[in-house]
Design a protein around this ligand. Structure first.
Ligand SMILES: Nc1ncnc2c1ncn2[C@@H]1O[C@H](COP(=O)(O)OP(=O)(O)OP(=O)(O)O)[C@@H](O)[C@H]1O
Ligand SMILES: [Mg+2]
Length: 362
């Protein structure tokens, strides 16, 4: 499935955009402030109902308007049919999500259709930021393959919340055990799904990283969030007093992580250069697209908001050379048309010029 058509109204400086898209490469060039990132932001918003630049949704509404809307057509290569998806958001917070002109219950119905991966200026946080970001990386992969995952994850989250409430309100060990019995079931389910995903991920990742960072020994391994030899029930028993003092649960699937090391023991941020860290992040996201394609018939949308300055020309080229192989639909932007043409080589692409909020195919 790919996004074949996009229409945007009143999102930031994009007051009226209508474009037919290529199923492979879509390149956007234009001056600073012309609207390139806003265009990628619109696609991100259509599938996830949130921006990657701000948590204040009303910032996205054009200064002259009270609402913005994004509409897309999703094309399946097998079926002749297209699915139309739309999202409209008012400054007062009202949101309407539609699939084939029918109101959708939640944005997740659109999220499920087309997996999105974003690479932008903050992507390096995946290596240096909180474990939540790396958990999200794993969970993205599991979510798009295992239908059961979301429900299990929601159950685990609910049981964890209840246990934390018992800890804060000090309502007693007995009450906590009721929730522990539920939490342990879902934690183990999540753990198995995550572990299986990372095992497959590792195999593809090693191949990808050997191309992007050929001289560096990078390893990744999965940490479940508790000591599996002891088991969760015993871990909670042992840490009950400390959990009570802290007012939250220390062990569980909410502490899972992906540990990434150089030469087996060194943290990546301690040794790798800025450009190498960026390439490593690219490698992690590319791996997900390749794996997704192996596991499902889904193709991933990649939103690439500028290949950063720290990555030199040779590395940009080796990254660009991998893009066609992942079989995803790529949205790439740059201030420089010549750079885009160079990166793309002889692959066919739709090229768009963005100029003061107007987008024209060139
Ligand atoms: N709510 C809004 N209404 C109208 N214009 C806005 C709104 N929010 C931001 N803008 C403006 O929209 C323009 C689009 O910015 P955008 O970040 O998309 O540019 P860009 O093409 O990615 O630029 P760069 O090359 O510098 O990254 C900017 O000029 C910005 O000031
Ligand atoms: Mg930008």
């Amino acid at each position: 499935m790919t996004l074949s058509f996009l229409e945007i109204q009143n999102l930031r400086n994009l007051s009226a955009v209508k474009i037919e898209l290529s199923p492979q490469f879509n390149l956007f060039y234009g001056a600073n402030g012309s609207g390139k990132t806003s265009l990628l932001e619109s696609i991100h918003y259509l599938f996830l109902a949130r921006s990657f630049r701000t948590r204040f949704n009303k910032r996205l509404v054009n200064y002259q308007s009270n609402s913005f809307s994004i509409f897309g057509k999703i094309q399946s290569p097998h079926l002749a049919k297209t699915i139309s998806v739309g999202l409209e958001r008012h400054v007062n917070g009202e949101v309407k999500v539609r699939i084939d002109r029918t109101d959708a219950k939640s944005i997740l119905e659109i999220t499920k259709l087309l997996p999105i991966r974003l690479l932008y200026s903050e992507s390096r946080l995946l290596l240096t930021g909180p474990s939540k970001l790396r958990r999200q990386l794993i969970d993205w992969g599991v979510f798009h393959v295992e239908h059961q995952f979301l429900q299990d994850w929601q159950h685990a989250r609910r049981a964890l919340k209840q246990r934390n409430m018992v800890l804060r309100n000090k309502t007693g060990r007995g009450m906590a055990k009721v929730w522990e019995n539920e939490l342990v079931q879902y934690s183990e389910k999540l753990n198995l799904l995550r572990k299986t995903y990372v095992e497959l991920f590792q195999i593809v990742f090693m191949r990808v990283v050997s191309k992007l960072l050929p001289d560096i020994d990078i390893s990744i391994h999965y940490k479940p969030g508790w000591n599996e030899e002891i088991g969760l029930l015993l871990a909670w028993e042992q840490t009950w007093q400390r959990d009570l003092e802290l007012g939250y649960t220390q062990h569980g699937p909410h502490r899972a992580d992906l540990v990434i090391r150089v030469n087996k023991t060194m943290a990546v941020q301690d040794v790798l250069s800025q450009g190498q860290q960026k390439l490593l992040v690219y490698g992690l996201y590319l791996t997900q697209g390749i794996l997704l394609r192996q596991q499902t018939d889904k193709r991933c949308i990649y939103l690439l908001d500028d290949l950063p300055a720290e990555v030199d020309g040779k590395n940009k080229k080796s990254f660009a050379a991998m893009l066609p192989k992942i079989g995803g639909q790529i949205f790439l932007k740059s201030v420089d048309e010549a750079e885009l043409s160079l990166l793309l080589g002889n692959h066919s692409a739709a090229m768009f010029h963005v100029e003061q909020g107007r987008v024209t195919i060139t």
